[in-house]
Design a protein around this ligand. Sequence first.
Ligand SMILES: NC(=O)c1ccc[n+]([C@@H]2O[C@H](COP(=O)([O-])OP(=O)(O)OC[C@H]3O[C@@H](n4cnc5c(N)ncnc54)[C@H](OP(=O)(O)O)[C@@H]3O)[C@@H](O)[C@H]2O)c1
Length: 406
Amino acid sequence: MKKLTILGATGSIGLNTLDIVRQFPQKFRIEALSCRNSIETLAEQIKEFKPRLACVDTIEQARELRESFCNGHYALETKFVCGVEGLVQISSDPEVDLVVAGIVGAAGLRPTFSAVQAGKIVAVANKEPLVMAGELFVKTAKKTGAKLLPTDSEHNAIFQALHDEPPDRIARLFLTASGGPFRDLPLDEFEKITLAEALNHPNWEMGRKITIDSATMMNKGLEIIEAHWLFNTPVAKIDVLMQRESIIHSMVEFIDGSFLAQMGLPDMRVPIAYCLGWPERLPLEIPRMDPVSLKTLHFEAIDPNRFPCLPLSIKAAKQGGGAPAVLNGTNEEVVAAFLNEKIRFVDISKTLASVMRKLDETLQQTVTDFPDKIPDFLLKIQTLEDAVQADQWGREQARKMLEQVL
Ligand SMILES: NC(=O)c1ccc[n+]([C@@H]2O[C@H](COP(=O)([O-])OP(=O)(O)OC[C@H]3O[C@@H](n4cnc5c(N)ncnc54)[C@H](OP(=O)(O)O)[C@@H]3O)[C@@H](O)[C@H]2O)c1
């Protein structure tokens, strides 16, 4: 029986993971769950899965939860921990075999890294930490024996297609993208895009941040950086293709001209189950794809004018150093502002472009903020703290620029 920690148990990845655990009670035991705000959902999960540990954001939340259980005369076996220390504790707990990294954004950096340091099997859905500090993750996993299992549907597809073939047999990796809700919208209508329209993804049901990243195509940009680290493949060999139906989840072209793709209905339970069961496959009960009903699959190139976040990400990926972490921090800041209806959809890519321009100027010493020395964290990410600082640098620049928009 595999013992699991789910970081972000109340989110889209967390709920899908628990759905699989429910199907295979003889194979998995939940040791620990976490959430930040959704404590009512967490309370239900505690009742159902009886984890040994549960992590919430604050001591007050932990107290509130404990009291609510006591009032219900429920025999509570769960111990509560809180904050980042709590997340680190549940991801490195000696009893745990596999950690599902399902927190959204940079908040997952420390807990996911602590799972890697502790040599766990880590199902990596939370891509932002890999974007911020990919090299550190890969090097540390090599040292500790941790296994990074790609859980993002595209990376999981590549993982399945590669099947342990070495990187020198890869000619190209093709990450597929649905194109999101604005793949056909006339460009002159982008100024009027509303939050509700941006949250209306045509093929996938996911958390709010990744849904906006899909609408801007920043998600694919982050995925290029993620694939670069997970598959030890140069950014120049990673392409993005639009695949409207979200049936081909990604493809590998090998050096002999063979293409291998992984297909299926868009359902995150498939890649998550692959990681939970790895190296075995689980007989999952889910709606199945009927190949006859597919009729046609479309592949199209991505228009960079429609999705300017994609070329910005590719540039940051090639630049390396602190650029991907700056890009990620900036993106989190502007997406939060858009989700709070403080800025327009088009301001997301405009602000990102301005911050990345500011980064270039800073690296070329053409601005006076850092007259003596370019901060090391912008040049190279050597520690987790460097990644946090580069992320914060991007957020701060974004906040300053947004002040002018607001
Ligand atoms: N959803 C998908 O289908 C999908 C597919 C591929 C990759 N991913 C990646 O998986 C990650 C999770 O995505 P999601 O769609 O599941 O997000 P989500 O639905 O927003 O869920 C996020 C989870 O993280 C928790 N959380 C948020 N901020 C936190 C913080 N500061 N500290 C601790 N916990 C925090 C949330 O708790 P509360 O509920 O209490 O707020 C929730 O449990 C993202 O990195 C995303 O890119 C997701």
